[in-house]
Design a binder for this molecule. Structure first.
Ligand SMILES: Nc1nc2c(ncn2[C@@H]2O[C@H](COP(=O)(O)OP(=O)(O)O)[C@@H](O)[C@H]2O)c(=O)[nH]1
Ligand SMILES: [Mg+2]
Length: 195
């Protein structure tokens, strides 16, 4: 698949309950700063499409990007700023849970995790929410350029072990810096859209 066209469509804050998607949706979720905006920009060859920040975001919004006039990339709010409480994490996650429940068109959730980190409580919550609703989850390991190419396989196996309870085997390492993994990820997205 090639992405030929990508445009920002809308930001939803609270009212997505009324929103009825007209196109299939592919959602991206992950802790703040994991590289979600960078990944969307890399996939769409548009460095300005999604806002990339050095600081961790605190806004809970959902951004819709229309791709090839035929499906949406959904940028879900990233949880995780310094000293966030458990209560805040739950608030954050429930917005995403509500989106999962209410979207009629959600095909697949891509969960982003930093290849150098461990699976977090937030990541597990996301997986459980999606699984409870029968939504497939695929994992994207971000910032692969931060570790040697020869060590990436080892990290993939570590994530497979950490995720053993969930039986997730679709794990793609990527780097938005050097575009590593781009084609493989686009292929996964295409599979989701045609399933
Ligand atoms: N080295 C490296 N840095 C990255 C990569 N992706 C994102 N970053 C950096 O990580 C920070 C957060 O990125 P951003 O895309 O805004 O993360 P988001 O909060 O998940 O949307 C920024 O400073 C990015 O430049 C990557 O693949 N490799
Ligand atoms: Mg972002």
């Amino acid at each position: 698949m090639q992405i030929k066209k990508a445009e920002f469509r809308k930001t939803l804050v609270r009212d997505f309950a009324d929103y009825n998607g007209e196109f299939p949706e592919i959602a991206f979720v992950g802790k703040s700063n994991v590289g979600k905006s960078s990944l969307i920009n890399m996939l769409t060859n548009n460095s300005k499409l999604a806002y990339v920040s050095k600081k961790q975001g605190k806004t809970r919004v959902i951004n819709y990007y229309l791709i090839n006039d035929s499906f949406y990339f959904i940028d879900l709010p990233g949880y995780g700023f310094a000293n966030a409480s458990k209560e805040e994490m739950i608030k954050w996650s429930s917005m995403i849970e509500r989106y999962f429940e209410e979207s009629n068109c959600l095909k697949c959730v891509f969960l982003l995790m930093d290849i150098r980190r461990n699976v977090s409580e937030f990541d597990e919550l996301m997986i459980r929410y999606a699984f409870d609703l029968g939504i497939p989850v695929k994992v994207v390991l971000t910032k692969a350029d931060k570790i040697a190419k020869s060590k990436r396989k080892t990290e993939i196996f570590r994530f497979i072990r950490e995720l053993a309870n969930y039986n997730i085997t679709d794990i793609v390492p990527v780097s938005s810096e050097d575009r590593y993994g781009k084609e493989e990820l686009l292929k996964k997205i295409e599979e989701c859209l045609s399933s």
